[in-house]
Design a protein around this ligand. Structure first.
Ligand SMILES: Nc1ncnc2c1ncn2[C@@H]1O[C@H](COP(=O)(O)OP(=O)(O)OP(=O)(O)O)[C@@H](O)[C@H]1O
Ligand SMILES: [Mg+2]
Length: 159
């Protein structure tokens, strides 16, 4: 894939194994700019953290990427742009609201970067524009990723 539009035209990507998930994240990171929000939707074990590991590798982050389930937010500032990795699994919507995560995409206090959020169902307020990546277990092996760009007024724009 050379162009982000290729993904929008063919939004389903088959990821045969974890290496493919890493590569997909790496390819994505090269197309995204600071300020992009990625909402990673998918069941337990569907590959969300693996995708973030690929994003981080693509940005040149050398630290190991672990799930921020307990820390909630991991910030990686040593790559070509900041990477913010959030995992909201353990939080309620009220607890998420109290964190004021909009600082990550509205650019106050936090240097703009790529924001990758696991379990975004817990977000009370979403950004005006974001990419949603839905990961599902493939019935035989591997995973399927579906990438969609969502813009203001909740209009879904899968081309
Ligand atoms: N395309 C793939 N095919 C097969 N296995 C994969 C694929 N991508 C990731 N995995 C494997 O799936 C397992 C779970 O991956 P990962 O931790 O990234 O999922 P997750 O969605 O972040 O889970 P959680 O909801 O618990 O945070 C790991 O063992 C990982 O190696
Ligand atoms: Mg995870």
């Amino acid at each position: 894939m050379n162009n982000i539009d290729d993904w929008l035209n063919n939004p389903e990507v088959f990821l045969a194994d974890v290496a493919a998930t890493h590569q997909f994240g790496c390819d994505l990171s090269n197309k995204l700019t600071a300020g992009t929000v990625l909402l990673l939707v998918g069941d337990l074990g569907s590959g969300k953290t693996s995708l973030v590991q690929g994003l981080a590798a693509g940005l040149g982050v050398t630290e190991s990427i672990t799930s921020p389930t307990f820390t909630l937010i991991n910030e990686y500032l040593a790559g070509s742009c900041p990477l913010y990795h959030l995992d909201l699994y353990r939080l309620t919507s009220d607890e998420v609201a109290a964190l004021h995560l909009e600082q990550y995409w509205e650019g106050w206090e936090v240097e703009p970067g790529i924001v990758a959020i696991e379990w975004p169902e817990r977000l009370p307020d979403r950004p005006a524009e974001y990419w949603q990546i839905e990961l599902t277990h493939h019935p035989i092996a591997g995973r399927l990723a579906k990438i969609t760009k969502i813009q203001e007024f909740r209009s879904s724009m899968t081309f």
